[in-house]
Ligand binder design. Structure first.
Ligand code: GDP
Ligand code: MN
Length: 378
């Protein structure tokens, strides 16, 4: 679960990370009043659960309350990566001397929390990571001792800070690390952490992702969930009882069973493409389920073909086949569909599909190859 910037700011501030006080506003009038209360220039920032707000025009400097009003008017209601902005955060504007990236992630390869930092912080950090990965510094935390002060100092030296600055940098690294540990986060980023005109560090942005599996022991974080800000299709899937995660490939996958769904994604990759999603339609594949699944997958413009991979155990393949055909009548399926159907009553199921012009595959690799071939047609 991702938190909004203003929520992540609060969690970091409570652990000693220097942050400016902000005011969350739902209307342009509120934003004007907030700027009035803050006094001086402010920054009006879209509160949506995605990064890249600056580049999308979702972060605007405003010299006075009237400008803050105009900025909020422009930002409220705009869409950033398909997410509509319902609230803005108004914060005092800071005079920036340097922008640094500071983050802490659960590094699954190292099996450890890792602090990451870069002198090239700011809006282009993704490019930095892609083009000059050596510019991203890493410090692995000891699982029992956490991050040691000498590691934070070492990072500070590598980032080129003066001795006085390093002394102020260490508690920020510790505060970030404690935030991740205490919220069971898998990621927390401060980008940018800036040095202002009087050489003070201030966190200007905050991102925090909490591990969903740990939410049961953080009711205070679960209460921060913003339902209307989540991906509408992931929300719809959750309400249909479908496990769905959107990815960025071209082959939409509809599968029964989480393990088979993972294997299907691997098969798509082996066949030379990548999956557009993870989907487990969870036992049974009645027509309403399949129709909902098709609608969710077809909402993604990147999808070029659909791979339905069903293993009929308790579910009977003839029932599944009828479900697929009925769903295909209900939903306007605009891309080619490949079905792999095996298990109980598979001959009946395949006959039903064949009569409707769909040839069902028997092996997963053949099905994945067919779906990939169809997805890569010009
Ligand atoms: P993001 O684009 O979603 O990561 O949003 P950020 O909160 O990181 O803001 C984007 C950029 O806006 C930052 O990298 C800064 O360059 C700029 N910015 C944000 N707050 C301030 C501020 O108080 N003063 C100045 N001068 N620039 C700011
Ligand atoms: Mn940022």
């Amino acid at each position: 679960m991702n938190l909004h910037e203003y929520q992540a700011r609060g969690l970091l501030a409570a652990r000693g990370v220097p942050i400016t006080e902000g005011i969350v506003c739902a209307t342009a009038e509120e934003a004007r009043d907030a700027a009035e209360r803050i006094g001086g220039p402010v920054v009006v920032k879209a509160q949506v659960l995605t990064g890249g707000r600056g580049k999308a025009g979702g972060v605007k400097l405003a010299a006075d309350p009237a400008e803050a009003h105009r900025a909020a008017q422009a930002i409220l209601g705009m869409s950033i990566r398909d997410l509509v902005v319902h609230r803005v955060l108004v914060v005092p504007a800071i005079d920036i001397k340097r922008e640094i990236y500071l983050g802490c992630i659960l590094d699954r390869a190292q099996c450890c929390l890792t602090i990451m930092a870069s002198a090239d912080g700011g809006m282009d950090i993704e490019d930095v990571a892609a083009r000059t990965p050596e510019r991203i510094l890493r410090m692995t935390a000891d699982p029992f001792l956490g991050i040691a002060d000498y590691q934070a100092r070492d990072l500070g030296f590598q980032l080129g800070f003066e001795v006085g600055m390093i002394r102020r940098f260490v508690p920020i690294v510790n505060g970030l690390f404690r935030t991740v540990l205490e919220t069971d986060a898998s990621l927390c980023e401060i980008n940018p952490l800036v040095i202002d005109a009087s050489d003070q560090f201030i966190a200007l942005d905050a991102k925090l992702t909490v591990d969903d599996n740990a939410l049961y022991r953080h009711p205070e974080l679960e209460a921060m969930r913003d339902l209307e800000a989540e991906d509408p299709f992931e929300r719809q899937a959750r309400s249909e009882g479908i496990n769905f995660v959107r990815l960025d490939g071209a082959v939409g996958c509809i599968v029964n069973g989480a393990g088979l769904a993972m294997a299907t994604m691997d098969a798509v990759k082996l066949a030379g493409s990548s999956p557009a999603n993870f989907m487990d339609v969870a036992g049974g594949a009645r027509s309403e389920r399949v129709a909902a699944a098709l609608r969710i997958i077809l909402s993604d413009p990147n999808v070029r073909s659909i791979l339905i991979n069903i293993f009929g155990g308790i579910t009977r393949c003839d029932e599944v086949a009828r479900g697929i055909l009925r769903a295909r009548d209900e939903v306007d399926v605009s891309v080619p569909m490949v079905v792999r159907l095996v298990g109980t009553n598979e001959a009946d199921g395949r006959a039903l599909l064949a009569a409707a012009g769909i040839e069902a595959q028997t092996t997963m690799s053949a099905a994945a190859e067919a779906a990939v071939r169809l997805a890569s047609r010009p």
